[in-house]
Design a protein around this ligand. Structure first.
Ligand code: GDP
Length: 346
């Protein structure tokens, strides 16, 4: 059937213009290395990027798992033990592994698992379940800005992630302001300035050694005055044991709340995936003192033990919000449990 075009009113014209503008923006974003829609689960190319990011983990993990699945005709204690070893080797963690194996053993006892393939499918479901467990809807304040703090220890990738996140939100059509509140590390302000320039986002800064709460005050005031959607705050690297620095973070929280009700809306703990179980231990202590609401797992591209994402969800009870998959601006992917598990085992 051919549908005849009967009218082309102002509304249609506006829509066409908007859609052309969106296409052009996407094209420009691609050319400049800004994040495109392949960084969100619904975007084209997302799955293959996730798959590429976990290549090393998959090589390490799925070859073992796939062997077990292929060779298992009947699920018995020895196949479950092999599976247990493979899960622990990929840094999923002893506690999480034990829970998954116990659940599978229970099913096997009831003879509800017929063979290797079904064992593999059930394993996938279990992993997705664990990863989905702590996910909560992200708070979007009724009046902007939404304020996000990036916290964590030095070298995990906070500054890099702040820059990538600015670009990611820009790709989502949001207006963004960066706040350089890492006034402690010598190069952090300059480094963030480079990221701000690349992503075409403005940045509020102070001199090195300045008061981070004061620069945050300026940034939050500017974000309110300019009606900015997303205020991203890069904070200094700190250990939870350094009480002076943790007090400073508290002061920043109070400053944010005073200016923007409900802020900070997200506190993302940046964690380096290559530090595995040690990083997890550090994160566990950090989470309590810094009030983290989610995790950014960086350097997923550089580890064979990406199973740590599962341990984080289970043991910290925090959702993985984003994963860092390289050093470029567009190398930040919104996390999707299904895509991650499929990329690992599919
Ligand atoms: P900060 O001290 O926490 O602010 O850490 P930086 O942002 O300075 O990052 C430390 C190093 O990690 C830099 O060399 C970054 O390029 C690198 N880095 C950060 N995120 C990623 C990632 O997802 N993948 C890779 N391969 N490198 C990363």
């Amino acid at each position: 059937m051919i549908t005849l075009f009967t009218g082309y009113d102002e509304e249609d014209k506006k829509k066409a213009q908007e859609s052309r503008a969106a296409d052009e923006a996407a094209e420009r974003a691609k050319e400049s290395g800004l994040s495109d829609d392949s960084s969100t689960p619904s975007g084209q190319g997302f799955f293959s990027r996730m798959r590429e990011a976990v290549t090393r983990t998959r090589d390490n993990f799925s070859s073992r798992i796939n062997d077990i699945v292929a060779l298992t005709r009947e699920v018995d204690e020895s196949s479950l033990e092999d599976l247990e070893t493979a899960l622990i080797m990929s840094d999923i963690g002893v506690q999480t592994t034990t829970e998954i194996i116990d659940a599978l053993r229970d099913r096997a006892r009831k003879q509800a698992i017929s063979g290797g393939e079904e064992l593999g499918d059930l394993l996938k479901l279990q992993l997705v379940d664990v990863l989905r467990g702590p996910i909560r809807p992200v708070v979007t304040p009724s009046t902007p800005p939404k304020v996000t703090f990036l916290v964590g220890v030095n070298g995990t990738g906070k500054t890099t992630t702040s820059g990538k996140l600015a670009s990611w939100y820009r790709g989502q059509g949001k207006s963004v302001l960066l706040c350089a509140a890492d006034t402690f590390r010598a190069a952090a302000i300059e480094q963030l300035e480079v990221w701000a320039g690349r992503s075409g986002v403005e940045m509020i800064k102070t001199r090195q050694g300045g008061d981070p709460a004061a620069v945050l005050y300026d940034a939050a005031s500017a974000a309110k005055a300019r009606n900015i959607d997303e205020l991203i705050v890069d904070t200094a690297g700190r250990l939870h044991t350094k009480s002076g620095l943790m007090d400073e973070l508290d002061k920043m929280r109070r400053t944010a709340t005073k200016l923007v009700p409900g802020a900070p809306h997200e506190v993302l703990l940046v964690m380096d995936a290559t530090t595995g179980q040690n990083g997890l231990q550090q994160a566990r202590q950090f989470t309590q003192s810094a009030g983290a609401t989610g995790i950014v797992l960086t350097k997923l591209d550089g580890t064979a033990k990406g199973g740590i994402a599962v341990a984080i969800a289970r043991e910290l009870n925090l959702p993985v919000r984003f994963v860092g998959v390289g050093e470029k601006m567009s190398d930040l992917l919104e996390f999707s449990p299904e895509a991650f598990v499929d990329a690992l085992l599919g």
